[in-house]
Design a protein around this ligand. Structure first.
Ligand code: EPU
Length: 362
């Protein structure tokens, strides 16, 4: 277990916000977690789990002990006529894992290519793109209780997946230690550290199409049934064209969730602006494109200090101040949150919709 003090976090969050961890512990396996819990000084302190830092906004130095998850490993767990079950250590880079599965001949994750972050963080926010969510491919996770050191396994129901949501995003009010069967009822935020993620990739493989951007690619390439590799390439191309590369311009992907409204609310918004982009969901509700709402309030390209609204996608907030010390301090969490609140206010005043941030505000 490697423990460091006063660690700069700029390189460990994809917004490249300057902040420090008072204490950072590198976690390369469950033995490190158990060793940490046995430490008289650190064991009982509050903890903050850091994966790829691609879904957090740091608003100051992080006082809880930062656990930097560096657990590696990827393998085929099981192969049946119905599915490949594959497993990734929580610290594996998600996109590299997707690339590896395809190279091994285990297709099914191609729509989720190029999403920044780690495999362990993927279930936390139930990552999703181009018609596939992590929960659609989920088998189970192994996690470790940060109070007792007990390792347990959760299935999809126990993870309580929702749109960019899971049990790992919610705090628990209970103080007792976790027992078998308790996990479903409790929020596990900062309480359980994900060690390994297993995914079920159904056989025979079927492409997931029907998303407008992919349909356009199909039309351009005059392709009736694309291969998994073809879909992977298209998804990478679409993302590269629309979304800023965090290595070049700090960001955390979509900054707000797409809000869900009733048909009546949608009719009200159409009356205010008939060009609104929306999608009918199977439960009868309607999802609005938050990017469109923000865009139509005139935010694209606007900024507060070094925090800006990305010029090509209004749902993405970016760091205009560069990614490393040579470029200056970049944006602060305060600037990002000021910009985010101003966007929320203007969307609320124009459409009566409250946008909810998608990343975790630390
Ligand atoms: N739009 C605008 N102006 C903008 C941005 C978008 O009018 O500035 C319109 C687009 O023209 C389009 C609609 O809004 O008609 C939706 O845009 P897009 O297809 O880019 O998808 P999104 O709803 O903005 C969601 C996810 C992304 C995911 C894409 C593709 C959320 C919060 N975001 O974005 O996920 O990659 O769909 O599936 O659900 C992420 O979570 O970080 C993320 C990037």
């Amino acid at each position: 277990m490697l423990v460091e003090k006063n660690v700069a976090l700029r390189a460990f969050n994809t917004f490249h916000i300057v902040a420090k961890a008072h204490t950072l512990v590198h976690i390369s396996g469950e033995a490190d977690v158990r060793e940490l819990l046995a430490e008289p000084e650190l064991g009982t302190l509050p903890k903050f789990i850091l994966g790829g830092g691609s879904n957090i906004v740091l608003t100051g130095d992080v006082k809880p002990v930062v656990l930097k998850v560096e657990i590696t490993g990827r393998r085929l767990v099981q192969e049946t006529s119905k599915a490949f079950i594959v497993e990734a250590g929580a610290g594996e880079n998600w996109h590299d894992f997707v690339t590896w599965t395809l190279a091994q001949g285990y297709p099914g994750l191609e729509n989720l290519a190029l999403i920044p972050g780690t495999a362990g963080a993927a279930p936390v926010q139930n990552i999703g793109a181009y018609g596939v969510e992590l929960q659609d491919r989920f088998e189970s996770v192994d996690a470790i209780d940060l109070q007792t050191g007990q390792v347990f396994t959760l299935n999809a129901a126990q993870c309580a997946f929702g749109y960019r949501d899971s049990v790992f995003k919610h705090s628990s009010v209970a103080t007792s230690s976790l027992g078998a069967g308790d996990h479903q009822a409790l929020g596990l935020k900062d309480r359980a550290l994900i060690l390994r993620v297993r995914l079920r990739l159904p056989r025979p493989w079927k492409p997931v199409l029907g998303y407008a951007d992919l349909d356009k690619k199909m039309a351009i390439h005059v392709c009736a049934v694309p291969s998994a590799q073809q879909l992977y390439d298209w998804v990478c191309e679409i993302r590269r064209a629309k979304l800023p590369d965090p290595q070049v311009m700090g960001n955390v992907g979509s900054f707000f969730k797409n809000p869900t409204v009733t048909p009546e609310q949608c009719a009200d918004i159409i009356a205010r602006d008939p060009k609104v982009t929306y999608y009918h969901l199977t439960d009868g509700t309607i999802k609005l494109a938050a990017g469109w709402l923000i865009d139509s309030c005139g935010w694209r390209g606007k900024s507060v200090g070094n925090a800006g609204v990305y010029e090509k996608q209004a749902l993405v907030l970016v760091n205009l101040g560069g990614n490393d010390a040579a470029c200056g301090t970049g944006t602060t969490g305060g600037e990002v949150m000021t910009l985010a609140r101003a966007i929320q206010t203007s969307v609320y005043e124009r459409f009566g919709i409250r946008l909810e941030p998608e990343p975790v505000i630390v």
